[in-house]
Design a protein around this ligand. Structure first.
Ligand SMILES: [Zn+2]
Length: 185
């Protein structure tokens, strides 16, 4: 995955959703095909701290995934807004994306500046890459963002944690050592 393509209308719809939800974060699903968005599905944010986190309402999430499937598309992205911060994934965003949807694009709409900024990311276990976000026919002009040291540490930490969890799970799943019986003579 190197890019995500949106229409101008889709970009505007995401920004409107973000602005209407302010100061809470807005979130939703992006259905499409071959990195091109065809369907935007806003989902209610039910996080305990909706101003700094998002959690999609479970039944709406399931319904949205079904709508995308019925329309013949795939889930190609998830969007959410940062009402007061840059469009850079937070450590919580990174952990959530790694755990639940490592294969789709993550679009973040930032309302920190006078003009809303959109940025797409691809978050996989142990790494976070910026994606080109193509709106209409041209690549959206956003300043390039560099991850801070703290964010890079969060990525490494999350990767280490999941490795430790995986190891401990696989250890507990190991069958007990076979009893050694003397070889028959
Ligand atoms: Zn976020």
């Amino acid at each position: 995955m190197e890019y995500l393509r949106l229409s101008h209308e889709q970009a505007r719809a995401m920004i409107h959703h973000a602005q209407a939800s302010y100061p809470a974060e807005a979130c939703g699903l992006i259905g499409g095909q071959a990195n091109t968005a065809h369907l935007l599905i806003p989902v209610t944010n039910v996080a305990a701290n909706p101003n700094s986190q998002f959690q999609m309402a479970a039944h709406e999430l399931l319904q949205g995934l079904k709508t995308i499937e019925v329309a013949g598309f795939d889930l190609i992205g998830i969007y959410h807004s940062h009402p007061k911060s840059d469009p850079i994934p937070s450590s919580t965003d990174i952990q959530m994306a790694e755990k639940h949807y490592p294969q789709v694009a993550q679009v973040i709409i930032s309302l920190k500046y006078q003009r809303p900024r959109l940025k797409a990311w691809h978050i996989q276990p142990g790494r976070v890459d910026a994606l080109d976000l193509i709106v209409g026919k041209s690549v959206a002009e956003t300043p390039s963002y560099r991850l801070s040291r703290a964010q890079q540490m969060a990525i490494v930490l999350a990767a280490c944690l999941s490795l430790i969890i995986m190891l401990s799970i696989s250890l507990t799943l190991l069958p007990p050592a076979p009893l050694l019986t003397p070889a028959p003579r």
